[in-house]
Write a protein that binds this ligand. Sequence first.
Ligand code: ATP
Length: 360
Amino acid sequence: MGRIHLEELTRRFGGTTAVDRVDLEIGDGDFLALLGPSGCGKTTLLRMIAGLLPPSAGRVVVDGEDVTHLPPKRRDLAMVFQSYALYPHLSVASNIGFPLRVRRRPKAEIRQRVAEVAAQLDLSALLRRRPKELSGGQRQRVALGRALVREPKAFLMDEPLSNLDAKLRTATRTELAALHRGLGSTFVYVTHDQVEAMTMATRIALLNGGRLEQVGTPADVYDEPASVFVAGFLGAPPMNLLPALARTVHGRVRVVGEHLDVPLWTGETPEQEVVLGIRPEHLKLAPLTEEPGDRPLLRATVTAVENLGSEEVAICELGGATVAVRGPRPLGLTPGENVALAADPAHVHLFDAPTGRRLV
Ligand code: ATP
């Protein structure tokens, strides 16, 4: 079991509210990524779950038990730190077995558990080494092993891959996701890296200024962002967000001088200020002669083309706004060129301008 329930969890530091009334249900076996920009409260939230920081208000409930006022060691949750916090003078085997020695488990049991965990993490050949004789990725696995050996209810991780180089990070990402699938345990994983969250997590909780913006599967938050913030945070480049005026008549939306038909649009007021959102991959080049009518069309001027290897991104300008278009290389565009961009109507979103919440 490893169900974690956060109720109205809040933490203030003087006048700053770092975490603001967060309600979150983390299911048994979830890989939940706490994602958001620097300073949004991810680490503070994780430390409150671990018991390293008392909340200003709210509750932490683990498997039905209120642990809000219990010290970390009585919560049965394992924290894996960014710095790994390994003991430099101890071997890999002693580092992994450390939590069991503290609990005064019999030597034979410790040896057996360490061997099992080392096999699981592909560390069996390294058990006699000291941490300084290991690579970053291997150290990271030892830190995980030390958490794993205790068979905790859940693993709490704060940016565990941030010390690794790009190549190793990609490999360790795959390993961690596989490890999670193999263990079936609950993982709560802090990251500011959307790729880590999208590739490993079963659910993503997006934080902004201490508040929860959206919780959902990676596909949910990418395809159906609840707010302008979520839409603008995910994706590289992120969703194009254009100021627009929506009119209920025929569901038409006027975007900096252009008319776009947006299906499903049923505004409550005759005219409403909105933000129109469309992802770079959902804009396609259209003939310059095409008339808007059959599909939403934007006319723009190319300002730059970026080569991403298999794809290209064209940065375009329309009426003072910037729009990115992404597609297979080569797009065949040159800076200065005028283009017509057709939006896939199924992928056009509208957000309420004052609140940022999604309408369509
Ligand atoms: P990062 O990705 O940069 O680590 P984060 O999302 O983990 O950021 P937190 O470290 O949780 O963010 O910080 C949230 C807010 O609370 C920030 O404004 C931070 O300055 C503030 N804060 C965190 N810890 C303290 C503290 N001990 N005293 C005062 N303010 C703090």
